[in-house]
Design a protein around this ligand. Structure first.
Ligand code: ADP
Length: 388
């Protein structure tokens, strides 16, 4: 079968014209993040967010143009908001080295890192906390959801952002279906359940869409989910990061103004030092690691309550001590956690009196204590979403 190349795709896209700007989308520099892998093609078309809704036919036309190429198995084109009016927009404000921290005089709150964004992506959000792991399947998403529920149980205004774009699990874990709507055609309304506002790529992209997102596409999707969503005013936003500590995660940690990170690990991953890589990644980008959670720490038998330490439980606590990190808590391997998590009834809300729910709430309390201690005095920007 014919093998399709990036050049072939760009050549096909040169036949697609922006209806208003009267030139093709390649020459106009609107095509970014092109990925071609085994016949699957993905790319973004950068547009002015105001024109977004009107440009759906353009997006479709671009997909169609590429679909017709021999050797193409699937095409995913997304409209993403282009960033600012070119170099002038980027240059405003302090030098990048000074970053938002100096500009706003904040301590370690969202938007406070040197070299970060020029202005906060989500001005109404007081703190953004990432939940990360060295690899998939360790219970990162389950921890993120129950952490969010625990924070909400303390009366905080909480958002949950599913940045695990490769395998979004929030629609299932939060029992939310449907698509976000927009009141003004520019900003999406987040979906909500259990008192927590939630946004996930899973709400926007049908489940069978091949997830060939990479680098730039992931970044623009994430930025849009932060910037172009009406989060309103939140005390804290929990971000479920994609698993791993590769470039995508590093870029993400750099671009999102994180107040801190929580690392989730199983006892056996700690032995493989995956969590340590995660720690180093956040340190590299100056994001404070709030601590480590040991998940699937021990097995608690649903019949007799016996505790089996199948994975040499305690590894994370020892490792945390060694690294000078706080050990935030341990959560056992328990079928009730799996069933409630996968069934869209997070254990913190569905069984609030059980010991696991208490453990999650204690972790949430500790995370908030650390984050709020770092927050600047209440002198935040107005709670308005800025769409460039
Ligand atoms: P990740 O986000 O790291 O890929 P998930 O949170 O999706 O991991 O969890 C992977 C699977 O393990 C899910 O089926 C989830 O319900 C289950 N799981 C997570 N934590 C626990 C736990 N403490 N006890 C039992 N099952 C768990």
């Amino acid at each position: 079968m014919a093998k399709v190349s990036e050049q072939d795709v760009l050549a096909a896209l040169k036949d697609v014209a922006d209806p208003d700007r009267k030139a093709d989308i390649v020459s106009l520099g609107m095509v970014t993040g092109l990925v071609v892998r085994d016949g699957h093609v993905g790319f973004s078309i950068e547009v002015d967010p105001k024109r977004g809704p009107a440009l759906e036919p353009l997006r479709k036309a671009a997909e169609k143009a590429v679909e017709q190429l021999p050797g193409v198995l699937s095409v995913t084109a997304v409209l993403t908001a282009h960033r600012g009016p070119g170099p002038h927009g980027q240059q405003s404000g302090p030098s990048p080295a000074q970053g938002a921290a100096a500009a706003h005089g904040h301590g370690h709150a969202a938007g406070a890192r040197a070299g970060g964004e020029q202005k906060p992506l989500v001005p109404g959000v007081r703190a953004i906390v990432a939940v990360a792991s060295g690899k998939g399947g360790v219970g990162k998403s389950t921890t993120a959801v129950n952490l969010a529920m625990g924070l909400a149980a303390s009366g905080l205004r909480v958002g949950l952002l599913d940045a695990d774009i490769y395998g979004p699990s929030m629609p299932r874990m939060m029992a939310i279906s449907g698509r976000p709507t927009s009141r003004d055609g520019r900003v999406l309304q987040p979906l909500e359940n259990y008192g927590v506002k939630c946004m996930s790529m899973g709400f926007l992209v049908p489940e069978d869409t091949p997830m060939i997102w990479r680098g730039p596409m992931v970044m623009s999707a994430l930025e849009q989910m932060l910037r172009d969503v009406d989060w309103g005013e939140l005390d804290i936003m929990v971000v479920d990061m994609p698993p791993g500590t590769g470039d995508a995660q590093l870029t993400m940690a750099q671009r999102v103004p994180l107040a801190g990170a929580v690392i989730v690990s199983t006892p056996q991953d700690i032995a493989l030092l995956d969590a340590r890589k995660g720690l180093n990644m956040f340190r590299k980008v100056d994001v404070p690691v709030l601590g480590i959670v040991e998940n699937m720490s021990y097995f608690s038998c649903p019949n007799c309550g016996h505790r089996s330490e199948i994975f040499s439980h305690g590894g994370a606590r020892r490792e945390a001590d060694k690294l000078g990190m706080e050990f935030l808590g341990e959560i056992p391997l328990d079928i009730a956690i799996r069933e409630t998590s996968d069934g869209g009834r997070p254990i913190v809300v569905s069984q609030p009196d059980c010991e696991h729910a208490r453990a999650y709430r204690a972790i949430a309390d500790r995370v908030w204590a650390k984050v709020s201690a770092n927050l600047a005095q209440p002198q935040r920007q107005p709670p308005r979403i800025v769409v460039q």
